[in-house]
Design a protein around this ligand. Structure first.
Ligand SMILES: [Zn+2]
Length: 281
């Protein structure tokens, strides 16, 4: 039986790049999934990619979400960016947000949803064909509100073992002069539960930055472990919520970007097709 095939035309790119999604449960990637997700519906309005990315701080969620958004021609919407944009604008919420941030308070679910709904409406009016959310929802309450304003299709939960995350965070360095980010950790960790070993090459600075590297003051073992503990405590109910809806795709990152990116595409049943295929499509 033929797999459900959907076509996406990249709206952000002027090239004729065309990507297609294969939904086939017989792929090797599918058998690796811990929880099987439902094949997505075909939305008549074409808003098919309505995805959420979950993952611990340091897992690289923003990087993968941003790469996928470029590939699929849908925006990568990080709620942190929405808050920063509103703060620097003269928008209706900027004064209220400034007060909240200045008082060191947390921005409420209502304000975040308000900003997000506005962003989604603007996108829809511009003809955006979907989105990838990063950093939201963080709580079940937020997930429930999100369900009221949009129809999430897939939730990708990116995972790395805690010792890998720890090494990765402890290896982060910033050049004090040019501000570029590097990572001096050379990671080689034995896989857990029969999984293969995880290796990540360091991202070393060029010689002009090497002597100017700074470690962030909050990248200590105690703080990183505490950050992970808090994240896990909060994210567990959100993961359960989406697992219950059959939308959660668990993805154990096999290493750094070179190892993980092709595997992630495979798990999402995504292919990058070349221009020849696009031309004949
Ligand atoms: Zn530098």
């Amino acid at each position: 039986m033929a797999a459900v095939t959907r076509l996406f035309r990249s709206s952000s790119s002027s090239s004729s790049a065309l990507f297609y999604i294969r939904r086939s449960l017989s792929t090797s990637a599918a058998t690796e999934l811990k929880s099987q997700t439902c094949p997505p519906r075909i939305d008549p309005k074409g808003r098919n990619v309505q995805w959420v990315f979950l993952g611990c701080p340091g897992v690289g969620k923003g990087t993968y979400a941003s790469r996928l958004s470029a590939l699929l021609g849908v925006p990568h919407i990080a709620t942190g960016d929405l808050v920063r944009e509103e703060l620097s604008s003269s928008g209706p919420l900027s004064k209220q947000l400034a007060d909240i941030v200045n008082q060191g308070k947390l921005v409420s679910d209502e304000i975040i949803i308000n900003l997000l709904s506005k962003r989604l409406e603007v996108g829809e009016a511009k003809g955006e064909s979907g989105f990838i959310l990063d950093g939201f929802p963080r709580t079940v309450r937020q997930a429930e509100i999100l369900d009221e304003v949009t129809d999430i299709e897939l939730v990708v939960n990116l995972k790395l073992p805690e010792n890998v995350l720890l090494e990765k965070c402890l290896g982060r360095r910033i050049c004090g002069q040019c501000g570029k980010n590097f990572n001096v950790a050379s990671i080689n960790v034995k896989g857990e539960n029969g999984n293969p070993d995880i290796s990540m090459a360091p991202l070393l600075p060029p010689s002009q930055c090497a002597s100017k590297l700074i470690t962030r003051s909050d990248d200590t073992e105690t703080i990183v472990r505490e950050r992970l503990r808090i994240y896990n405590e909060k994210s567990q109910p959100v993961e359960d919520f989406y697992r219950g809806q059959g939308k959660l795709l668990e993805f154990d990152l096999p290493g750094g970007i070179p190892e993980s990116w092709p595997k992630l595409l495979e798990a999402l049943n995504l292919d990058e097709s070349d221009d020849k295929q696009a031309a004949t499509a």
